[in-house]
Design a protein around this ligand. Structure first.
Ligand code: SF4
Length: 378
C-alpha cells in the first residue's frame, strides 16, 4: 500500500520521538558522572565545552576544577591577566582556545554585564564561540532547542540516518547539521545533545560500534543495512609537514632565558626557550641573536625533541648554553617574540607549552650517577 505524505510525516515524527525518548532515558541511567554535568551554570558549562574540544575528558577534569577554583565566575576570569590564564592552561594544548576564552569572558563582562545570553545566535556573536559551543551552552544551560555537532555527534548521526557524504566536507557537515537541527527535541534538548555525544564517546565508537548494547539499535538505519562499520565516510587526511626548528636553553645560575611569543598565532602569549625555524645550529645563529641569545654564547647540541601538532610535526634540535652573566635583555627582533626574561625553570605564573617543557627537560644536565651507569651499561 502506498504511504501518503501525511502518513510519512507522522511516521518520521514518531521515529524522532522514539529516538529522543530512548536516548534521553539511556543517558539518565548510564551517563558518566562528570563534574560539568552537575551544574547548569552557563559559565561552567561554557568553560568545560571549550576545554573539551580536541581534548580527552580525563585530561580536562583537573584543569576544569583548577580554573573554577581560581576563577569562580566570568567576571573573575575577565579581570585576570592573560599570563595567569595561560599559566593555568599550560599543558592543555591548543592555546588559542585559552586566549579566546579570556577575550570572550571580557566580552560577556563588558557587553552583557557578566551574564551569558541564552540564545545560540547571541552566543555566536561572542569571541571564540562557534556553532558547536553556542548549541552546547544554549541547550545544556538554558534548555533551548539548539542543535550541536562535534565529531562524536557527526559519527552517530551519519550512522543513524545513513549519511553518505564525507562528514568533514562542507556538504557533509551541512547535511549533518540539518539532521541535528531536525532531531533536537523541544523537551530536554540539553539531555538529548549530551546523550548523542555520550553515545558517540562510549558505544557508537569509530572502529567497533557496540550495536548490541546500543539504546537506539532498533531505530538505526546503518545497523538495519549492516553498514555501521562503513560509516561515516571520512576523506583522506593530508600528511602533516615536518618543520625543523632549533631551540636554545640558556642558563645563568639557575635562571633561564625565556622569550614570550606575541599574542595570536601558534603558542601565542606563551613563554619558551628561544626557538627558531632552522635546520642546524649554524643556520639558526643570526635568528637566535634576534631572539635574545648573545653572540658570545657557546652552543652545545644536547638532543632532539619531536612534537606533533594538528597540522604539522616539529622536529626540534635542542642546544644548551651557559651565560657567565645575565645578558641585558633587549626587545627581540626575531618573529614572533615580543619580550625576554630570565625566569626559574618552572616559569611559575606564566604560560608554558608542553613543547617548551620537553625542550627544558632535554637540556637538563644528566646527574653524575646516571651518566656513570649509562657508561657502565655501554
Ligand atoms: S546501532 Fe550501532 S551504529 Fe547505530 S547508533 Fe547504535 S552503536 Fe551506532
Amino acid at each position: 500500500m502506498k504511504q501518503t505524505r501525511k502518513g510519512r510525516a507522522a511516521g518520521s515524527a514518531s521515529r524522532e520521538a522514539t529516538l529522543a525518548a530512548l536516548l534521553k532515558g539511556w543517558f539518565r541511567k548510564s551517563a558518566r558522572d562528570l563534574p560539568w554535568r552537575r551544574t547548569r551554570d552557563p559559565y561552567a558549562i561554557w568553560l568545560s565545552e571549550v576545554m573539551l574540544q580536541q581534548t580527552r575528558v580525563e585530561t580536562v577534569i583537573p584543569y576544569y576544577e583548577r580554573f573554577l577554583q581560581r576563577f569562580p565566575d566570568v567576571r573573575a576570569l575577565a579581570s585576570a591577566e592573560l599570563d595567569e590564564v595561560l599559566s593555568l592552561w599550560s599543558g592543555l594544548g591548543y592555546y588559542r582556545r585559552a586566549r579566546e576564552l579570556h577575550r570572550c569572558a571580557q566580552e560577556v563582562a563588558s557587553i552583557h554585564g557578566g551574564v551569558f545570553p541564552a540564545e545560540a545566535e547571541e552566543l555566536r556573536k561572542l569571541r571564540g564561540i562557534g556553532p558547536y559551543t553556542a548549541g552546547a551552552v544554549s541547550s545544556i544551560a538554558f534548555d533551548r532547542p539548539a542543535a550541536l555537532v562535534d565529531g562524536n555527534v557527526a559519527r552517530v548521526l551519519a550512522r543513524l540516518e545513513v549519511i553518505e557524504d564525507d562528514v568533514k566536507s562542507t556538504a557533509g557537515l551541512k547535511r549533518i547539521w540539518s539532521v541535528a537541527e531536525k532531531l533536537v527535541p523541544q523537551e530536554e534538548p540539553g539531555a538529548w545533545n549530551q546523550a548523542l555525544m555520550e553515545l558517540g564517546a562510549t558505544i557508537c565508537t569509530p572502529q567497533n560500534p557496540a550495536c548490541l548494547i546500543c539504546p537506539v539499535r532498533d531505530a538505526c538505519a546503518a545497523r538495519a543495512q549492516g553498514r555501521e562499520r562503513e560509516l561515516p565516510i571520512v576523506g583522506e587526511k593530508k600528511a602533516s609537514p615536518r618543520v625543523a626548528m632549533v631551540a636554545v636553553v640558556v642558563e645563568h645560575e639557575g635562571r633561564f632565558l625565556f622569550a614570550r611569543r606575541k599574542d595570536g598565532g601558534l603558542f601565542g602569549g606563551l613563554w619558551e626557550p628561544p626557538m627558531v625555524e632552522a635546520r642546524s645550529a649554524e643556520d639558526a645563529k643570526s635568528s637566535l641573536r634576534g631572539a635574545g641569545v648573545a653572540a658570545e654564547a657557546k652552543l652545545t647540541e644536547v638532543g632532539r625533541v619531536e612534537h606533533v601538532l594538528t597540522h604539522r610535526e616539529l622536529d626540534v634540535l635542542v642546544l644548551r648554553a651557559r651565560a657567565d652573566r645575565p645578558w641585558p635583555l633587549e626587545t627581540p627582533t626575531t618573529a614572533p617574540y615580543e619580550r625576554l626574561a630570565w625566569l626559574e625553570r618552572s616559569a611559575e605564573g606564566v604560560g608554558v607549552s608542553t613543547l617548551a617543557r620537553k625542550i627544558l627537560a632535554a637540556a637538563k644536565p644528566e646527574k653524575k650517577g646516571a651518566a656513570r651507569k649509562k657508561k657502565a651499561r655501554a
